[in-house]
Design a binder for this molecule. Structure first.
Ligand SMILES: [Zn+2]
Length: 506
């Protein structure tokens, strides 16, 4: 007899429907899986046999064939265990064929018949809902994740026997409480209150938060660059439901995180500089997975010790920074991972860290320093709007700390400015970073004094059109923070201070 049920293969962050067909035919006992399965799918045979036996089921002694269609799509991972086991049970006449009608299922089987969480359940739930599935059956640990999708009947089971009970007598998994969405935040968070001094860095951080600008912090070790970066996510507006789902979709493809619910806090990723290009931007063979830039989607990517990442890694960032997505080509497939992240990079001014310091002397020499900065290409630096020098605290600032402004105080100021600018171009929370040249000129009337200053700056510094746009873009955000419709000369003058760290390396 032939039985079929539906599952899905994850391609990028999308789920593609896969029909699982099982057939029991006459002949010597054998178990064959066809339809471009990878090794993990082939190993399903052993897991399914043991799981059935240890769940108290009789062994299947006939010629078993499982086909995963469409055959042209590569199938990977253990998530087909459950749909294959159910289709085989139905083909053997042990469960009614009607139970599998309109059913989508996914889950990895343990040898004892237990169901383990799998990756990409959120994407699969969306695909099942769009396809009008009757039920989606998932491992219990993935239940909350699947139930995020409205209008989908989710069944969750802890083991194979419970899965069959669920099909016999469906008990729909309740949707998680949406009210908890806003409260799901990390217990430990960095607060600007904990940062001493650094008024210039704080101001730059506020501008970065207001306009979504990428930022490069340059300063000696231990001056507070990482604390500044870690304070940024909380200064950004909380994720909308739609954004939170997009973030969760990427994380769900990258890890089988069983109990991770939706959260309104923006992701913060800080990969180590020893990471490979594939770990940074995504990839891997034969099954590409999202990299750190995609895990930071709608959040902040912090690259500490930027030049140490090396040019081979950093040059991969240019396209994603521009497009907000990365395309990964592999033999026979092309994947796209989203990656709209805000970049915060930090670097020492030189390998020893003390170049330009009034007290410590730098032991590197110009040639070494140039080689260090050559790892960061000009086009990458060009895409970073704010270049911020961060200086070492003076001994008095360290020994006599003064009460600093807290994250909440800065948040309140940013909320006011966001309300004023949220309707620009009829879109909510449009980051100034994303304004192109034309939009920038439409929304950035310069006063005549500002125009004069811009001409002088362009002339003296020999700025390209792109650099000029960058300058005006930052000035636009500074004017927004000052609640000014027009860009004044003072806004432009402040923007010019974030143009370069005077590294003298080119
Ligand atoms: Zn040095």
């Amino acid at each position: 007899m032939l039985a079929r049920c539906t599952s899905a293969a994850i391609v990028g962050v999308e789920a593609c429907p896969v029909v699982v067909e099982a057939d029991l035919g006459p002949g010597l006992p054998a178990f064959q899986i066809v339809g471009l399965p990878d090794t993990a799918v082939q190993e399903s045979r052993e897991r399914i046999r043991s799981a059935l036996r240890n769940s108290g089921q009789r062994p299947l002694v006939s010629r078993l064939t499982v086909n995963l269609a469409p055959a042209a799509l590569r199938k990977q991972g253990p998530s087909f265990d459950l749909p294959m086991a159910l289709a085989l049970q139905a083909a053997a006449g042990r469960i009614p064929l009607t139970w599998l009608e309109g059913l989508w299922a996914t889950g990895e089987l343990g040898l004892d018949g237990s169901l383990r969480p799998v990756r990409g359940v959120l994407a699969m739930a969306e695909a099942a809902q769009a396809a009008g599935a009757r039920h989606l059956l998932v491992p219990k640990a993935n239940g909350d994740e699947a139930a995020q999708i409205d209008g989908l009947s989710v069944l969750a089971a802890a083991d194979l026997n419970e899965a069959q009970d669920q099909l016999n007598n469906p008990q729909v998994h309740p949707a998680p409480d949406q009210g908890r969405f806003a409260e799901m935040v990390d217990e430990f968070r960095f607060d600007l209150r904990d940062l001493q001094g650094q008024s210039h860095g704080r101001r730059a951080l506020e501008i970065a938060a207001a306009g979504g600008h990428h930022m490069l912090l340059v300063g000696p070790p231990g001056c507070g660059k990482s604390v500044l970066a870690r304070c940024l996510p909380d200064l950004l507006p909380p994720l909308s439901m739609e954004e939170a789902l997009a973030v969760r979709r990427v994380h769900s493809v990258a890890f089988a995180q069983p109990d991770a619910g939706l959260r309104s806090q923006r992701p913060f990723r800080a990969p180590h500089h020893s990471c490979t290009p594939a770990a940074l931007v995504g990839g891997g063979s034969p099954h590409p997975v999202p990299g750190e830039i995609s895990l930071a989607h709608h959040g902040v990517l912090f690259l500490d010790e930027l030049p140490e990442f090396g040019r081979h890694c950093l040059d991969h960032l240019r396209e994603p920074l521009e497009q907000g997505a990365i395309d990964i080509a592999r033999a026979g497939q092309r994947l796209r991972f989203p990656c709209q992240f805000q970049l915060v990079a930090a670097a020492n001014p030189c390998p020893c860290g003390w170049w330009g310091d009034p007290v410590h002397s730098c032991s590197c020499g110009d040639a070494v320093r140039r080689r260090y900065w050559r790892q960061v290409s000009g086009p990458l630096l060009d895409r970073i709007d704010l270049h911020v020098p961060v200086r070492r605290l003076s001994p008095t600032e360290v020994s006599r700390p003064v009460a600093a402004e807290t994250t909440v105080q800065v948040q309140q100021r940013l909320d006011v400015s966001r309300r004023n600018t949220s309707q620009r171009f009829g879109r909510q929370l449009f980051d100034n970073r994303l304004l192109d040249g034309r939009q920038l000129r439409l929304c950035s009337p310069l006063t005549s004094a500002a125009r004069d200053l811009l001409d002088r700056l362009a002339d003296r510094l020999g700025l390209s059109m792109r650099s000029l746009d960058r300058l005006v873009r930052v000035a636009r955000t500074i004017a927004d923070l000052a609640n000014s419709e027009r860009i004044e000369a003072e806004h432009l003058a402040e923007a010019a201070t974030y143009r370069g760290c005077d590294l003298d390396v080119t």
